[in-house]
Design a protein around this ligand. Structure first.
Ligand SMILES: Nc1ncnc2c1ncn2[C@@H]1O[C@H](COP(=O)(O)OP(=O)(O)O)[C@@H](O)[C@H]1O
Ligand SMILES: CC(=O)N[C@@H](CCC(=O)OP(=O)(O)O)C(=O)O
Length: 313
């Protein structure tokens, strides 16, 4: 007998596995229909054209099964390359780019200009309807200047570090989401904030995604990056982390650089009522589908201290 897949014999193992996968997905399809997922698409996860296409197709699939994906994107490496071409040097403090006036213009151009529109185009090509926004549009991401303090290693005195035009979300204005039809549209948001006097702020994309997830009461905050998740000192994946675990890992110097704002954001999000926050490897094709529709998920899930109340899906 030849089945419709053109194979002879009884249904082969591959087809049976596919059926089992679809069956496994069913409870999640029911559970997440109508829910908002905020997906942070990091600059390192953007990779090549094949990955970008798979990302867009995953997002459109989520939409087609009734989930409302909201994309917040980064673009750190792309900003870095543009600054290099322009011979502008930038340095980082705790994973945040110190941003002077000249740099903030480049950041805005790269994020709201080229990267935002590339993602919009990829989603359109995959059959979705995407609208590109910056945090300035509809005053979506209202921001204030972010300051950091660091203890001087010699004197142990706390010193305030000026990061320039680096902002933190002060308020997410949901008006724009009410003005667009979220049932039809997939918003793609660049992490640019607007200050009280109309100033432009460079916001870490993780923080922007977390604030938007909290404001929308998202069921999931998914962070796509370029590692399997949070790794321990031996490079092994840590599947679940609580605030206590994070404190220990930071103290041991295991969590550094760009992972710091990512983890802090995930912790804030689950404390603010987001169902689950996960850090995933965006270099793996279909990782969003694996995380959403399989029993064990992938990557690292961040949850609140009490094991009874932080668990997501
Ligand atoms: N404990 C850790 N586990 C995994 N990655 C870590 C850890 N500590 C620091 N990192 C670094 O964090 C990076 C991810 O942050 P970042 O470069 O800002 O990514 P993105 O551009 O996706 O936001 C990893 O590539 C890795 O170099
Ligand atoms: C303040 C700050 O650091 N802003 C980031 C914004 C982009 C970003 O966060 O991109 P990734 O998610 O790809 O790292 C920057 O200038 O690189």
């Amino acid at each position: 007998m030849t089945n419709r897949a053109g194979r002879t014999g009884t249904l082969n193992e591959e087809l049976l596995r596919k059926a089992a996968t679809l069956q496994e997905a069913l409870p999640y399809l029911r559970r997440f229909a109508g829910e908002v997922f905020v997906i942070k698409y990091g600059g390192h996860a953007m990779g090549d054209d094949t990955l970008a296409k798979a990302f867009a197709e995953n997002i459109v699939l989520l939409k087609q099964v009734g989930i409302h994906p909201v994309i917040v994107h980064g673009g750190g490496p792309q900003i870095g390359r543009m600054l290099e071409r322009l011979k502008i040097h930038s340095q980082f403090v705790d994973g945040l780019r110190v941003t002077d006036r000249e740099t903030v213009d480049i950041v805005e151009m790269v994020l709201s200009g080229s990267i935002n529109k590339q993602i919009v185009s990829a989603i359109q090509l995959a059959g979705g309807m995407a609208i590109g926004l910056s945090g300035k549009d509809g005053a979506l991401i209202q921001a204030r200047k972010l300051t950091r303090s660091k203890a001087d290693p010699d004197s142990n005195i706390e010193r305030i570090l000026d990061l320039g035009f680096v902002g933190e979300p002060r308020h997410i204005n949901p008006d724009i989401f009410n003005a667009i039809d979220l049932d039809a549209v997939i918003p793609v948001i660049a992490p640019i904030g607007v200050g009280k006097n109309g100033e432009t702020f460079n916001i870490n994309a993780d923080s922007a995604a977390g604030a938007i997830a909290s404001a929308l009461g998202a069921a999931k905050l998914i962070m796509l990056t370029d590692v399997a998740g949070v790794l321990d000192k031996d490079g092994q994946l840590l599947p679940v982390l609580t605030p206590r675990d994070v404190l220990v890992l930071r103290g041991e110097g295991v969590i550094t650089g760009g992972m710091i704002p990512k983890i802090e954001t995930c912790l804030d999000a689950v404390r603010n009522g987001v169902g689950a926050a996960t850090i995933l490897d965006g270099r793996v094709e279909n990782v969003i589908l694996l995380e959403t529709f399989t029993e064990h998920g992938v990557g690292t899930m961040i949850r609140r201290d009490d094991p009874a109340d932080g668990e997501g899906g």
